[in-house]
Design a protein around this ligand. Structure first.
Ligand code: AKG
Length: 262
């Protein structure tokens, strides 16, 4: 999938991404980036104490009395202000995606997954593609294809940036390597499809990032630690082969915006 003139990744990294369906980049953002991004999240965390907005989802079982605990902020590239907006279309980010999915890159969506200390709840095992990236009819059409559904034909890839260390203790993403080559399943994934022995904890230090394909099985456990695990997802797409993506109308701002190429 990746071209021969890579701009950010080594050939081995690009190959590993397509083999495993994910790739850890332990270093990506500068210390200045991380500090600006953290400050913006701190502002939002205060803002939500006195405001309500449909893009801000609260932790459903929070025990924190008198304080709103945020689970997820949809459209972080809008709500987070300048640093998050710039991150969406930074040249090095688009270069990285060009290495993986080619020169025609459009925006899919963004969100902040806050995983607050002690209260961050789990995200069940799932693939991104059936989570509103395609219509239910399209999912019904694709599922019987099984392993004929090639990940290279659905070049939709997420990057999750971390402003805190993301570890097993605070609910890092776990993945099943190679699961992006097993076809499309119901959302969320039936637990019988998951062999815990195959799961890999994709731990990433603050400032690093995790890339994962839209068919890769992934999960994150509750945060049982005293530490934040704030991981912000930006998803990008390139033209697909034989798969109709759609904007589910769930309020992803900027869906389909061309960021590079045609
Ligand atoms: O950040 C998390 O805990 C889960 C994120 C995720 O599963 C996703 O973006 O698809």
């Amino acid at each position: 999938m990746a071209g021969s003139n890579l701009k950010v990744l080594t050939a081995a990294q690009a190959e590993q991404f397509w083999e495993d369906g994910y790739l850890v980049l332990p270093e990506f953002l500068s210390d200045e980036d991380v500090s600006a991004l953290r400050s913006s999240l701190d502002v939002l965390e205060e803002w939500v104490q006195s405001h309500r907005h449909r893009d801000f989802m609260h932790e459903p079982d929070s025990q924190e009395l008198g304080r709103t605990v945020i689970r997820k902020i949809t459209n972080i590239h809008v709500h987070g202000g300048v640093p998050w907006r710039e991150l969406m279309e930074r040249a090095d980010v688009l270069d990285l995606f060009e290495d993986l999915i080619g020169p025609d890159i459009s925006f899919h969506h963004s969100k902040a997954m806050m995983k607050p200390p002690y209260e961050g709840s789990a995200k069940p095992w799932h693939q991104d593609l059936p989570e509103g990236f395609i219509s239910p009819d399209e999912a019904d059409r694709l599922r019987p294809l099984g392993t004929d559904l090639q990940p290279e034909d659905v070049p939709v890839v997420a990057i999750q940036y971390y402003v805190d260390d993301s570890t097993l203790d605070n609910g890092c993403i776990q993945v099943i390597p190679g699961s992006h080559r097993r076809g499309l399943f119901e959302d969320p994934l039936d637990e019988s499809l998951i062999d815990p022995a195959e799961a890999v904890a994709a731990e990433v230090p603050a400032g690093g990032a995790l890339l994962f394909h839209c068919l890769t099985y992934h999960y994150s456990a509750p945060n049982t630690s005293p530490n934040w695990r704030r991981g912000m997802v930006y998803e990008y797409m390139a033209p697909t082969v034989g798969v109709n993506l759609y904007d589910s109308g769930t309020g992803n701002l900027g869906w389909g915006t061309t960021l590079r190429g045609s």
